[in-house]
Design a protein around this ligand. Structure first.
Ligand SMILES: [Fe+2]
Ligand SMILES: [Fe+2]
Length: 296
């Protein structure tokens, strides 16, 4: 059956013990627990305790930070990547392929927006020019794997990006971070995408925040599936980063005649979970507001 969103997890049972279904079950429990303590603050800001230090995933392993980076400038500029004919050909064909399969728009509009948002997340949280540039490059390249197949497109995208970035002159340590960001953004495998670095966290937040009616390619509303309906219902989406409050909020305007809030949560639970983990890696709390009401 055609799907139409990034959020298309493979729910085939038995692939790995840590499946999307298990993660979603855990997420649902977490959300229920969070709802139980709701009311502690009017704006929901106390739903999750804010640590002084970023949590950096499941262990004490601390990824590179801006302060630790060997250089403060990227070895390759975003414009060089954006204008590369091979990159442009891959993005074009990937978007065509996904259109045939019934997915929402994944072309230059999407990847340019994701590049811009990812760069801004890094900038607004005080990361250096290198992190900002690598976030933009990762954002622009993150969906090129769809030119091979939708399945495992994050992994194939990173594999495709390696020779391109090498050819364009990016140094190995910058390529390494970029490949990790691209390879960790997807939610179409047996596990949800997991942030491994501030740049990969910025990419996940940027990618998952692109929910908008302009992405829907199906022109017949009577044949919309759930993904079409939820995307079409979103008339505005904005990722607000507040460094002083340590919050990252996806602000959505939803046409509730097209889709219910409940339907949004049903469809986008995986991407909400990924966004929350990404915000936590950056030392922030993730929120969602719909029509000016904080719902998470
Ligand atoms: Fe993707
Ligand atoms: Fe994407």
């Amino acid at each position: 059956m055609p799907q139409s969103s990034d959020a298309t997890p493979d729910t085939t049972p038995g692939i790995m013990p840590d499946t999307v279904e298990e993660q979603l079950a855990a997420a649902t429990e977490t959300l229920v627990a969070m709802e139980a303590i709701d009311g502690a603050g009017d704006d929901g800001a106390t739903l999750v305790p804010i640590g002084v230090e970023p949590r950096y995933g499941k262990t004490k392993v601390r990824p590179e930070t801006a302060a630790d980076a060997p250089r403060s400038e990227s070895s390759l500029g975003f414009e060089t990547v954006r204008t590369d004919p091979e990159v442009r050909a891959f993005i074009t064909q990937a978007n065509i392929n996904l259109g045939v399969l019934g997915f929402t728009e994944h072309g230059f509009r999407h990847v340019s927006l994701v590049a811009s948002i990812a760069r801004n997340v890094m900038r607004l949280l005080g990361h250096d020019a290198r992190h900002q540039e690598l976030a933009a490059i990762s954002g622009y390249l993150h969906d090129i794997g769809n030119v091979v197949s939708r399945h495992a497109h994050a992994t194939t995208g990173a594999t495709l990006a390696y020779p391109i970035l090498t050819r364009l002159g990016m140094v190995p340590e910058d390529i390494a971070v970029t490949l990790g960001a691209i390879g960790s953004h997807g939610d179409d495998g047996a596990r949800l995408g997991e942030p491994v670095h501030p740049i990969s966290a910025a990419l996940i937040l940027a990618d998952k925040s692109d929910v908008h009616r302009s992405r829907v390619r199906n022109e017949d509303p009577t044949s919309f599936d759930q993904h079409d309906r939820v995307n079409y219902a979103a008339t505005s989406s904005f990722l607000r980063v507040d460094d002083s409050a340590k919050t990252i909020t996806l602000q959505l305007e939803i046409d509730s005649t097209m889709s219910s809030v409940m339907e949004y949560f049903e469809i986008f639970l995986p991407r909400m979970l990924m966004s929350r983990h990404a915000a936590e890696l950056l030392g922030c709390v993730f929120h969602i507001s719909m029509n000016d009401v904080v719902v998470l």
